[in-house]
Design a protein around this ligand. Structure first.
Ligand code: 9Z3
Length: 322
C-alpha cells in the first residue's frame, strides 16, 4: 500500500482531523498514570484496540467501519496485567473490554435469578448469579477487583478515526517521560483512508442522487512521528494484518525498515486466533496454538504477551546499560 500523506514537520495532524474536546484532560490522566506506576517500579503498556469509524457525512448518518472486535487488545491487556504491567487501554467504544469480554456473548438476564429473601415478600427478593451461566465468574471478578483497586487499568475510549489519532498522539507524549519503560502495543485496526472535511457533504447523502462515488485520502501514518519524535525511547510494537499469506512477512519487514521500531506482530485475518509471527530486525518467531490447546481455552495472546514482555525487559536493560 502506498504511504500516506505526511504529518507537518511539527508532527501536527491535518486540520481535517478535529481535535476532541477532552484530549488535554485525558493526556494529563495518562501522564499521571504513567508517572505513578513508573515511580512504583512498574512498566506501562499502551494498548490500542478495536476498529475505527470513518464518517461519510459531517452530520454522520453513515460511516465506514472494519471487522475488528477488539478481542486481541482486550485479552492481551489481561495477560499484561498478570505480568505486572500497568495498562492504558485505548479502545473503540463498545469493543471488547478486559475481563467483561469473557461474558460478551451472554445475555445477562439469563445468568441471574430472583430468589425470595428473608420474609418472602417481594421487597425481600434477592438477585442471585447463576455461576454455571457465567463460567469462572468468581475468579474473574476477584482478579478484576484487584486490578481496579490498585488502579492498574486506565480506560480511554475512541469512536472516530480523528479521536483515535489525537488520543494516540497524546498517549505517546504522556508516556514519553518514562522512556524505555513504556511499551506501545498497537493492535487497533485503523483505517488507512478517510474523507477530508472539505470534501464531505454536511447532510445525509441522498440515494435519489444516484450511485455513490467516494474518493478518500490516505491517513497519516502515526508510527513515524511516534517512534521519531513523540516517544523515541519507548518499546514499540505494531501489528500487520494481511489476507494473503504470501506477502505477510515481506510487509512486516518493510514496516520495520520504514518506521525503525522494535517489533511487528504479523497475522492473517482468518488464522489470527491461532497463528502469528513475531518479527524483529534480527529474528522471526512463529507462535502457533494447536487445536488441542485452543480447545482447552489457551489463547495466543498469552504467548504473544510473554514473548514481548521478555523482549521489553531486555530492551530496558540495554537502555540502562547504554
Ligand atoms: C491487528 O492485526 C490485530 O491483530 C487484529 C485483531 C485487528 C487483526 P480482533 O480485534 O483482531 O481481535 O478482532 N491489528 C492491526 C491491523 C492494522 O490495521 N495494521 C496496519 C496494517 O496492517 C498497520 S498499523 O497495515
Amino acid at each position: 500500500m502506498a504511504d500516506s500523506g505526511p504529518l507537518s514537520a511539527d508532527g501536527n495532524l491535518p486540520a481535517d482531523f478535529a481535535v476532541p474536546s477532552h484530549v488535554e484532560e485525558v493526556k494529563v490522566q495518562m501522564a499521571t498514570f504513567a508517572a505513578r506506576h513508573s515511580a512504583a517500579g512498574r512498566v506501562v503498556v499502551l494498548i490500542t484496540s478495536g476498529g475505527t469509524k470513518v464518517p461519510l457525512e459531517s452530520r454522520t448518518v453513515r460511516f465506514l467501519d472494519n471487522f475488528s472486535s477488539g478481542r486481541r487488545g482486550a485479552s492481551s491487556a489481561e495477560y499484561f496485567l498478570e505480568l505486572g504491567y500497568a495498562v492504558i487501554f485505548l479502545h473503540r467504544h463498545r469493543s471488547l473490554y478486559p475481563f467483561t469480554r469473557l461474558y460478551s456473548g451472554i445475555n445477562l438476564l439469563d445468568s441471574l435469578q430472583l430468589e425470595s429473601g428473608m420474609g418472602g415478600c417481594s421487597s425481600g427478593q434477592v438477585v442471585v448469579v447463576d455461576q454455571q451461566a457465567l463460567p469462572n465468574i468468581a475468579k474473574v471478578l476477584k482478579r478484576y477487583q484487584v486490578v481496579k483497586d490498585a488502579g492498574l487499568l486506565l480506560s480511554v475510549e475512541f469512536s472516530t478515526l480523528s479521536e483515535y489519532l489525537h488520543l494516540l498522539k497524546a498517549a505517546a507524549q504522556a508516556l514519553s517521560p518514562i522512556g524505555s519503560k513504556a511499551m506501545f502495543y498497537l493492535a487497533a485496526a485503523v483505517s488507512d483512508f478517510y474523507i477530508p472535511v472539505s470534501d464531505m457533504p454536511e447532510h445525509k447523502i441522498q440515494s435519489s442522487d444516484g450511485p455513490l462515488q467516494i474518493s478518500m485520502k490516505m491517513v497519516p501514518k502515526m508510527l513515524s512521528p511516534l517512534v521519531k519524535d513523540w516517544a523515541p525511547q519507548a518499546f514499540v510494537i505494531s501489528f500487520k494484518l494481511e489476507t494473503d499469506p504470501s506477502i505477510l512477512l515481506e510487509r512486516a519487514r518493510r514496516a520495520l525498515d520504514t518506521y525503525r521500531h522494535q517489533v511487528v506482530v504479523a497475522n492473517i485475518l482468518d488464522t489470527r486466533r491461532g497463528y502469528v509471527v513475531v518479527v524483529t530486525p534480527d529474528t522471526q518467531v512463529e507462535l502457533v496454538l494447536t487445536d488441542e490447546e485452543a480447545s482447552r481455552g489457551v489463547e495466543i495472546e498469552d504467548r504473544i504477551v510473554s514473548n514481548l514482555s521478555v523482549a521489553h525487559s531486555q530492551f530496558i536493560a540495554q537502555n540502562q546499560a547504554a
